[in-house]
Design a protein around this ligand. Structure first.
Ligand code: AMP
Length: 499
């Protein structure tokens, strides 16, 4: 039997409602979320749901794990007209993984309600997705690229869409979905409700919000506090013997546009910068051996997006304003207690969040907690991602970026590519040839993700340039300071690159 999801909607009867309780939900939904173990709304839910019930556009700064999924799924499901045979809600997400995860939550929440939905993402056949469209789905959870494929081919219509949700908008932009998102806009009605969720709100996301939302309410929350937090303090417990490798995993998962990495000693600073360079990252270092002028120059590079990672000692970075950086990584916990705050507090522009990420051993964890308590900071512990987690994320990124690139090719080039299809088939089969394929993926990944947006010609020999990265010197500078050479437009709109 299908439950009536509407009758208790808005039972608190207020406008601009301040908070939301699960008692306000229709009984069927209450039952379903109880099965999920949700007893009371998380802060993001109690704050955000009333706005959506009041049909107000919102831009929410909220990270994964905060309960944001429930914050947009619950009000949307309450309002879906289950007798209608058209798409009413579209949730755009960056990855297939997230699409699947959200679909599972949607399945739980809508159990027994008759709401029809489908997950739409690339890398799988079109058949089941088309079948779902024929079955008149009401909610679609999609990655932008595959969604636009269907829209262009007229397989589904969004002309009566009422809810447009962006989840992890910053990640979507960093994966190069800007063009697809803009194209989607031409397929949806102007009058609709838009909610945008993003862990960070760099200029790229702010611009996206401006294009898609109408006079939105801006809400900023961190995982478990209701007030605005400028800096999220996160830490990972790592094996001291494998700290450098752990840092790589964190960088791959977080994918920061730029970060300042603090170490305790000059030797460690130099080692880590080299280590990152060897793995293909754009990294430089700063120690007190450099003159003040040189230090300022290096800092300018990272600020302007010309350099991605800067490894430094405290001494070297002292007195330099780095407040525009979104990420500070405390690789070594400083010896002096007050210095944690000094390091971690170096990020987070006013009104925009930043992340301070610490890597500590089990023994140091106790110390870090003590320091946080003394300074009244809320610390969040995160599990170090496994190699498999990283592999999955990187695979997904590469696949999505390649698909996106292919999608943007003109027909003439698509035709030209066809001559390589027989070779691709041959290479895909053999164990030996796999290395060649892997090399192609590696070079694509380095080219698109590891490099800074605006590379600069290093004036000093402090850091040796990576072997093989010859194209940098081959490029000339454009009047706007960018280098010539092929870079997709979406890279410019990459939020991680625009901070
Ligand atoms: P999300 O940020 O939406 O991915 O949610 C993070 C986790 O919190 C998920 O495991 C959810 O199932 C869980 N969760 C969401 N809302 C609630 C709630 N109201 N009470 C307890 N857990 C929740």
């Amino acid at each position: 039997m299908e439950a009536d999801l509407r009758k208790e909607k808005g039972s608190d009867g207020e406008t601009g409602v301040k908070t939301f309780q699960f008692d306000n939900l229709p009984s069927k939904l209450r039952e379903n979320i109880r099965r999920l173990g949700w007893e009371k709304p998380m802060p993001v839910q109690s704050i955000v749901i009333p706005y959506l019930l009041e049909k107000r556009d919102i831009v929410v700064q909220s990270r994964t794990g905060s309960g944001k999924t429930g914050a947009f799924i619950l009000p949307m499901v309450m309002d879906i007209d289950r007798d209608a045979d058209y798409v009413q809600g579209l949730v755009l997400v960056p990855t297939r993984e997230l699409a699947e995860q959200l679909t599972k939550v949607l399945a739980e929440i809508t159990q027994g309600t008759g709401v029809r939905y489908v997950a739409v993402y690339g890398g799988v056949g079109y058949g089941p997705q088309i079948e779902a469209f024929k079955n008149r789905v009401q909610i679609i959870i999609a990655t932008p690229g595959r969604m636009i494929d269907h829209l262009i081919r007229d397989r589904v219509s969004l002309s009566k869409l009422r809810y447009l949700i962006f989840d992890e908008a910053d990640e979507m932009l960093s994966m190069g979905f800007y063009e697809s998102m803009m194209k989607i806009m031409s397929f949806i009605p102007e009058r609709r409700l838009t909610a945008l969720f993003s862990a960070t709100i760099p200029p790229g996301v702010a611009a996206l919000a401006q294009r898609f939302t109408n006079n939105p309410e801006n809400i900023s929350l961190s995982s478990d506090v209701m007030h605005v937090e400028e800096v999220d303090h996160v830490y990972y417990v790592v094996d001291p013997m494998r700290k450098d490798r752990s840092l790589l995993r964190i960088i791959e998962m977080e994918n920061p546009q730029a970060a300042l990495i603090f170490c305790n000693t000059k030797a460690e600073v130099e080692y880590l910068a080299k280590f990152l360079q060897n793995f293909g990252y754009d990294a430089d270092f700063l120690t007190s051996d450099l003159s003040q002028k040189n230090r300022q120059e290096v800092m300018q590079h990272i600020r302007k997006g010309q350099l991605r990672f800067l490894v430094s000692t405290d001494v070297a970075a002292r007195g330099i304003d780095i407040s525009e950086l979104g990420y500070v990584i405390v690789y070594d916990l400083p010896q002096a207690h007050g210095d944690y705050v000094h390091r971690a507090g170096r990020t987070g522009r006013a009104g925009e969040g930043g992340f301070a990420i610490s890597l500590v051993s089990y023994i140091e964890e106790v110390d870090l907690k003590k320091r946080a308590k003394m300074n009244n900071l809320s610390l969040v512990k995160r599990e170090l991602p496994s190699d498999e987690d990283v592999e999955q994320r990187v695979d997904e990124r590469i696949r999505v970026m390649l698909e996106e690139k292919y999608r943007s090719l003109p027909n003439s080039i698509r035709q030209r590519l066809r001559r390589f299809i027989p070779l691709s088939k041959k290479l895909a089969g053999g164990e030996e040839e796999m290395h060649v394929v892997a090399m192609m993926f590696d070079s694509f990944y380095q080219e698109t993700l590891h490099k800074p947006l605006y590379p600069y010609e290093r004036a000093t020999t402090r850091t040796r340039r990576r072997p093989g990265s010859t194209e940098r010197s081959g490029r000339s500078r454009r009047p706007d300071g960018r280098r010539t050479g092929q870079r997709s437009r979406t890279r410019r709109d990459n939020p991680r690159r625009s901070r």
